[in-house]
Design a protein around this ligand. Structure first.
Ligand code: SAH
Length: 240
């Protein structure tokens, strides 16, 4: 990692009230592995170190705002891609039990290998679809948190995530700006699925000042057993 990229990481994390100083070696290794993996697997569109540090590492860490992920929690990262936000979270929060989920095997193979190289024993990657996992007794209603960055519209996320949360659990969705129409659709979907739209935090991505939103949906009761609908249906025919 160049000194400039390292300084950006510290600046971005500090703006989020996070201390990365004892983890700089891990982030440098993560950067190197992502760039190597990218040459083979096309994992990310971001190429420069500065871009990766801010738009992947710092952006991933921004879901720690608000304290929603504090404690010994079982966390599912729905649609982790190349491991975001899972891997930066796992570096900073060893007490979290993190399950990065993705339907693409080559991405999960990369995430698993990377977690091993970084000695992140708290990362337990899984290949699969949220629609399937949501009906599996070992996963349905077992997670304290579902985090999700850049996967789908809020009503889709609600259908995919709420079945996986235990009552009292929380979906934490990381997004850019969100329209009031999407929020309203998310609110209605949540109500159908045993959840309620909760806290919404708007802020700027450190350094770049891009608008960001953290949207929480709290699971308040059981999700009807017909949800999630079968593979692909939640995206194709959103509930709202
Ligand atoms: N969260 C990552 C990746 C976002 S791209 C990031 O922020 O960089 C969205 C990812 O979600 C893709 O890798 C895709 O394979 C995965 N995905 C989409 N729908 C899914 C589903 N229903 N179940 C599991 N993974 C899914």
């Amino acid at each position: 990692m160049t000194p400039e990229a390292g300084a950006l990481l510290v600046e971005g994390a500090t703006a989020l009230d996070l201390d990365v100083s004892s983890h700089l070696d891990s982030f440098a290794s993560l950067l190197k592995l992502l760039q190597e993996g990218n040459a083979r697997l096309n994992l990310t569109a971001l190429r420069t170190e500065n871009d990766i540090v801010i738009k992947h590492f710092v952006d991933s860490l921004s879901c720690l705002r608000g304290g929603f992920l504090d404690g010994n929690l079982r966390v599912l990262d729905l649609g982790t891609g190349a491991g975001f936000p899972s891997l930066p979270l796992a570096i900073l929060r060893p007490e979290l039990y993190i399950v990065p989920l993705d339907s693409t095997r080559k991405k999960i193979d990369y995430v698993r290998a990377t977690a091993q190289t970084l000695a992140l024993g708290n990362v337990h990657p899984l290949v699969g679809r949220a629609e399937t996992l949501g009906h599996h007794p070992a996963h349905r209603e077992t997670y304290d948190r579902v985090v999700v960055r850049a996967v789908a519209a809020l009503p889709v996320l609600a259908e995919l995530a709420l079945p996986l949360l235990r009552p009292g659990g929380l979906l934490v969705a990381q997004k850019g700006p969100i329209s009031s129409a999407e929020l309203e659709a998310g609110r209605r979907a949540a109500a159908l699925l045993g959840g309620v739209l909760g806290e919404i935090q708007t802020f700027e991505l450190p350094v770049l000042h891009d608008p960001r939103t953290l949207i929480c949906i709290r699971k308040t009761g059981p999700t009807p057993s017909k949800y999630p609908r079968r593979e692909g249906v939640p995206v194709k025919h959103p509930l709202f």
